[in-house]
Design a binder for this molecule. Structure first.
Ligand SMILES: [Zn+2]
Length: 476
């Protein structure tokens, strides 16, 4: 008989009420039983509403300013260097660090941003992007154990080119992840367990359809599989466990697209030398991360890149590519002549005197098709981040829900439609909590991703030293 952990935290990357409400309790009986017995809430995410840094905000209770990460990559405007973020880039303690200090054991699986795996009291199976398939677990010995169950980091099929087959594969990967977690729990007897299902994000971005909720779409299939697996997991855990289900951001259909760097370039704020050869030094520094970016532009990022020689990927990408990826924009930027650039949807000012005019222009922008304003606000970094460092962006434009703001640089207009994504991130994620120590509350509560860590740690009677969230009033 396995020990019941005090908390099981299930992360569903990009899960949203839009789909859950639509599917209802007939399609998602397990999630609805948790809602009926406990709490449901809207979980407000960080700025930008991005997988990196959002999962770290959830597991540390700290805002991006304190963890020092603002996206998949960050730019140091002083050194003019790009940093591709990994688990080593984040500052601040995670839930499992606090628990470890108190002699408690954690099992963590697939949380984005945990690669390379840190040495913790318990085990870690690293999450997205974890593109190096070799050392993604701590301790290393558990890798063989979970791979015997069929564990794989990424699916082989791409949802864009083989949607049905890719979703079948993702559905089976979800089953294996839950199974692997149970098997590891049998031997580790952890006090805290966390599993994140990342590929829901991928499926929603590319396969969202306006009829999501009618049970026929591939998106629904993933939600329903999670529900079935969660049901098995609850039986395994027993009644003593408090279950939290959270997402790092929500998702919604794209109403319009805006290319921020293309706009900055057209306005004369950003100067990029498109043909500037990439320095060997930069290539070496960026390494596999850059290859990953290039591969993304070719729609092959979901294939295990280790099977394709990096040089081949680079050649394909550079010959086929018309747009510059966000990383290439920074690499090829003329730092002397540029006044501003965008990364991760945020804006970095190289000339602070343009701040006011830039805010005014951005707030006035309306989408030519919908006639709606693109941004509901443009905030300065002091208004958004607490304890920020040199990597913090200067301006944080907040897009209206459904507007997809990205940072590629194209030769066309900033309004050019995104041709592969159908849905984009929103600021409202989900929170569902139920268990022995959780109160029953009717109606949805409002919570922030910073509240998850202090609330969970309270169940272990641990008070984190520095936190941006609060203990949610949902505990008995
Ligand atoms: Zn995400």
């Amino acid at each position: 008989m396995s020990k019941s952990p005090i908390v099981f935290l299930l992360g569903l990357d990009s899960a949203c009420w839009e789909v859950i409400d639509c599917l209802g309790e007939n399609m998602l009986p397990t999630l609805y039983s948790l809602i009926d017995e406990g709490v449901a809430g809207i979980l407000e995410t960080c700025h930008p509403p991005s997988t990196f840094p959002a999962w770290k905000c959830i597991t540390s209770g700290l805002n991006p300013g304190k963890i020092g990460v603002y996206g998949f990559f960050d730019v140091n405007t002083r050194t003019r260097r790009i940093r591709l973020n990994s688990s080593k880039s984040f500052k601040g303690h995670d839930i499992w660090d606090y628990l470890g200090k108190h002699g408690l054991t954690s099992g963590v699986m697939n949380v984005p941003g945990t690669y390379p795996p840190k040495h913790i009291k318990g085990f870690i199976v690293s999450g997205h992007p974890a593109i190096d398939g070799s050392n993604y677990t701590y301790p290393e010995s558990i890798k063989a154990k979970i791979e015997r169950l069929g564990y794989r980091i990424h699916p082989k099929k791409d949802v864009r080119t083989h949607p049905e087959e890719a979703v079948e594969e993702i559905v089976s990967m979800i089953e294996v992840r839950f199974e692997a977690l149970r098997e590891l729990q049998e031997s580790y007897q952890c006090d805290f367990l966390m599993l994140t299902i990342f590929y829901l994000d991928n499926v929603q971005h590319y396969l969202w359809d306006a009829e999501a909720g009618e049970g026929s779409s591939l998106v629904n299939k993933v939600y329903m599989k999670v529900d079935t697996e969660l049901s098995k997991m609850l039986r395994f855990l027993g009644r003593g466990t408090n279950v939290f289900v959270v997402s790092d951001h929500g998702m919604t259909r794209i109403r319009g697209t805006f290319q921020l760097n293309t706009w900055l370039s057209n306005q004369g704020y950003l100067k990029v030398e498109r043909t500037k050869p990439l320095k060997g030094k930069i290539l070496r520094r960026i390494g596999i991360g850059r290859i990953y970016e290039l591969a993304k532009s070719l729609s092959i990022d979901k294939i295990l890149l280790k099977f394709i020689p990096p040089e081949t990927v680079r050649k394909w990408a550079e010959s086929a590519q018309k747009d510059l990826t966000p990383i290439e924009v920074v690499e090829r930027m003329d730092w002397e002549r540029s006044k501003a650039f965008s990364a991760n949807g945020n804006i970095y000012l190289l000339d602070k005197t343009i701040e006011e005019e830039l805010i005014e222009k951005l707030l006035a922008l309306t989408h030519p098709k919908t006639g709606e304003k693109i941004f509901i606000d443009v905030r300065r970094r002091d208004e958004v981040y607490r304890g920020h460092d040199i990597l913090a962006p200067d301006l944080i434009p907040i897009p209206r829900k459904g507007y997809n703001v990205h940072c590629r640089l194209s030769r066309s207009t900033p309004w050019a439609e995104e041709n592969s994504w159908k849905a984009t991130h929103t600021r409202d994620g989900i929170l569902i909590a139920s268990g022995a120590n959780i109160r029953k509350i009717i109606g949805k509560i409002n919570a922030s991703i910073y509240d998850i860590t202090p609330t969970i740690l309270k169940l272990y009677s641990i008070e984190p030293e520095e936190i941006d969230g609060r203990i949610l009033p949902i505990l008995k």
